[in-house]
Design a protein around this ligand. Structure first.
Ligand SMILES: Nc1ncnc2c1ncn2[C@@H]1O[C@H](COP(=O)(O)OP(=O)(O)OP(=O)(O)O)[C@@H](O)[C@H]1O
Ligand SMILES: [Mg+2]
Length: 250
C-alpha cells in the first residue's frame, strides 16, 4: 500500500555497536517523522544516542555497527538498500554539519576546491559553473569571495563553520542534520551561526534536524524536540517547556 509521504520517517530504528566483542545498544527503537521544511530538535544527555541517530540517517555508522528497523526517505525504505546505495541516495537529499569545523575540512586544500567537491553532488551541475557556484555558495553563508583562495587554518572557527554549512547546502539537500553545530564556538560566533541556519531554513525551505545538548541553541531553530534517554525517545516536547524546566532544575 502506498504510504503518506513524510520527508523522513523512522520506525523502530535500532543501532548496536560492538565494543571489545560486547554489544552496546545505542538506539533501542526510535520513531520519528519529519515533513518537508519542518524542523525538529534532538536533545538528551551525553551518550543518549543523538549522534548515532544522525549517523544512521546519513549511512555513516562504522561497519561494525548493526542497524535495524525501518527508515523511509521520501517514502523509500533505505534499509533495503546496500550501505553504498544508501549513501548515494542520501547524499543528494540529506546533508550533515558536524560539531568540529577544523576536523571536517581538508587542511591542505583551498576552500574553493572543497566547495567545488560539494557542488559536484548537485543535480545538473556543470563544470563551467564552478567559479560562480563557489562565489554564490560563499555569499549564501555571509562570506566574501576571497575566502575561496584561503586554506582552512587561515580562517576563524566561525568562518570554517560557515564554509561547512556552504558545503552542506551546495548539493541542495532537503534535510540538514546539524550535530552540535555551535558547541565548539564562542557565544557571539554561535549566535551568528544560529542566525545563519535560521535564515537558510526559511529561505531555502530545508528541513532541519538539530542535535544538541544546548536547549537554547536548539530553541533558536526548532519549536519542538525529541528527548532521548538511553537510546529511547522519552518525550516530544515544545522547546519553551524544556528550557523553562531546565532553568527551574538548574
Ligand atoms: N563508534 C562507536 N563505537 C562504539 N560505541 C559507540 C560508538 N559511537 C557511539 N557509541 C556508544 O553509543 C552510545 C550513544 O552514543 P552517541 O554518540 O550516539 O551519543 P550522543 O547522545 O551523541 O552523546 P554526546 O552528547 O556525548 O555527543 C554511547 O554509549 C556511546 O558510547
Ligand atoms: Mg553526539
Amino acid at each position: 500500500m502506498p504510504r503518506a509521504r513524510a520527508l523522513l520517517e523512522v520506525e523502530g530504528l535500532t543501532v548496536r555497536y560492538q565494543v571489545a566483542g560486547e554489544p552496546v545498544e545505542a538506539l533501542r527503537g526510535i520513531d520519528l517523522r519529519l515533513n518537508a521544511g519542518d524542523s525538529l530538535g534532538l536533545v538528551g544527555r551525553s551518550g543518549s544516542g543523538k549522534s548515532s541517530l544522525g549517523l544512521a540517517l546519513m549511512g555513516l555508522l562504522p561497519p561494525s555497527a548493526s542497524l535495524g528497523g525501518r527508515l523511509f526517505l521520501d517514502g523509500e525504505d533505505l534499509l533495503t538498500l546496500s550501505s553504498a546505495a544508501r549513501r548515494e541516495r542520501c547524499g543528494r537529499v540529506v546533508a550533515m554539519v558536524f560539531q568540529e569545523p577544523a576536523m571536517a575540512l581538508n587542511p591542505v586544500m583551498r576552500i574553493q576546491a572543497q566547495v567545488v567537491e560539494a557542488l559536484r553532488r548537485r543535480q545538473g551541475w556543470q563544470r563551467k559553473d564552478e567559479k560562480d557556484g563557489v562565489e554564490e555558495s560563499l555569499e549564501q553563508v555571509g562570506l566574501p569571495a576571497e575566502i575561496g583562495a584561503a586554506y582552512p587554518h587561515q580562517l576563524s572557527g566561525g568562518q570554517r563553520q560557515r564554509v561547512l554549512i556552504a558545503m552542506a547546502i551546495a548539493p541542495r539537500p532537503r534535510l540538514l542534520i546539524a550535530d552540535e553545530p555551535t558547541t565548539a564556538l564562542d557565544v557571539l560566533t554561535e549566535a551568528g551561526i544560529l542566525e545563519l541556519l535560521l535564515t537558510l531554513r526559511r529561505s531555502l525551505g530545508i528541513a532541519v534536524l538539530m542535535v544538541s545538548h544546548d536547549l537554547r541553541a536548539v530553541g533558536r531553530l526548532c519549536a519542538r524536540a525529541l528527548v532521548l534517554d538511553g537510546g529511547r525517545v522519552v518525550g516530544e516536547r515544545p522547546l519553551g517547556e524544556l528550557i523553562e524546566e531546565a532553568a527551574l532544575n538548574g
